[in-house]
Unconditional design. Structure first.
Length: 286
């Protein structure tokens, strides 16, 4: 990533410190990178359990909000298991930078993306780092990316309640968290841990999304509960959080994500989910 610009006078003048000079400046050195960023809402997508589709839900929310006319960015904070670039068909190796940070690549629909995979020589190159380095990279993505004006920045968290989710919750100005679950009872148990973590850190939970809630029979359109009966409403009620929506399992979505064409996916439930998020967390200031 880019090194921080060291200009104490500009940092001070930005907050009205008249008469300051580099020699007598008593303000902490502040990076000018990202100083133009105006991000209205920062939303993390989280689950205590891996494999429930956090990246899928993040991507679908980004696509849905983008179709509604909002300016959207996605920060892929899953450093050891990044998948956002592949889902959107974005390749690395040609990143550019300005005085205000790394320019995030744009998807075909105009969504801004940043991910560690964009900095690696190949997308299957492993990142073998310990927790503090992973957390530091996420902070750099936030501080040293030229996001400029966004209505929504969606942060795709890694599973669990470890270093990276903790860093995001403590370092980024989150406006809310979207919890992702699946019908299996084991998943719901672990999701409750993530909900309690967010509550302890004082981060508001916008609501819960149940992914892979059902599938539709291609012949009769009947709902098939492939992974067991849904418990989403019951669990959301127990945790006192809203249920934002229930997304179906759809093989077409899987194919489009493998091809990097998630923006071509059309589904009524996705549109409703995005509308629900925008209603509960509007980017407009009251």
């Amino acid at each position: 990533m880019l090194a921080a610009t060291k200009d104490k006078c500009k940092a001070c003048s930005a907050v009205g410190q008249d008469g300051c000079s580099p020699e007598n400046c008593n303000q902490p050195e502040k990076s000018l990178l990202g100083s133009l960023n105006q991000i209205k809402k920062v939303v993390a997508v989280m689950s205590g359990k891996g494999g429930v589709g956090k990246s899928t839900v993040t991507s679908l929310l980004a696509v849905g909000l983008n179709r509604m006319g909002y300016k959207v960015g996605v920060l892929d904070s899953d450093i050891t298991g990044p998948s956002i670039p592949r889902i959107f068909g974005i390749e690395g190796g040609n990143l550019q930078a300005t005085d205000f940070g790394v320019m995030p690549p744009l998807t075909g629909g105009g969504i801004k993306i940043i991910s560690v995979n964009l900095f690696l020589p190949s997308e299957d190159e492993p990142v073998i780092w310990r927790g503090p380095l992973l957390a530091g990279m996420v902070k750099q993505f936030w501080e040293e990316t030229d996001w400029r004006d966004l209505d929504y920045l969606l942060v795709d968290l890694p599973p669990g309640t470890g270093d990276v989710p903790l860093t995001v919750m403590q370092s980024l100005p989150l406006d809310g968290i979207v919890m992702v679950s699946a019908p299996q009872e084991l998943v719901l148990m672990v999701v409750k841990k993530a909900v309690k973590m967010a509550n302890k850190l004082g981060i508001p939970i916008v609501g819960m999304v149940e992914n892979m809630s059902y599938a539709r029979c291609p012949c009769c359109n009947e709902k098939l509960e492939l992974f067991g009966a849904s418990q989403a409403r019951e669990v959301a009620g127990q945790m006192n959080i809203p249920l934002l929506g229930q997304l179906p399992w759809n093989p077409q979505l899987g194919r489009l994500m493998d091809q990097g064409k998630v923006e071509e996916y059309m589904d009524e439930e996705v549109a409703q989910l995005s509308e629900e998020l925008a209603k509960r967390l509007p980017p407009e200031q009251p």
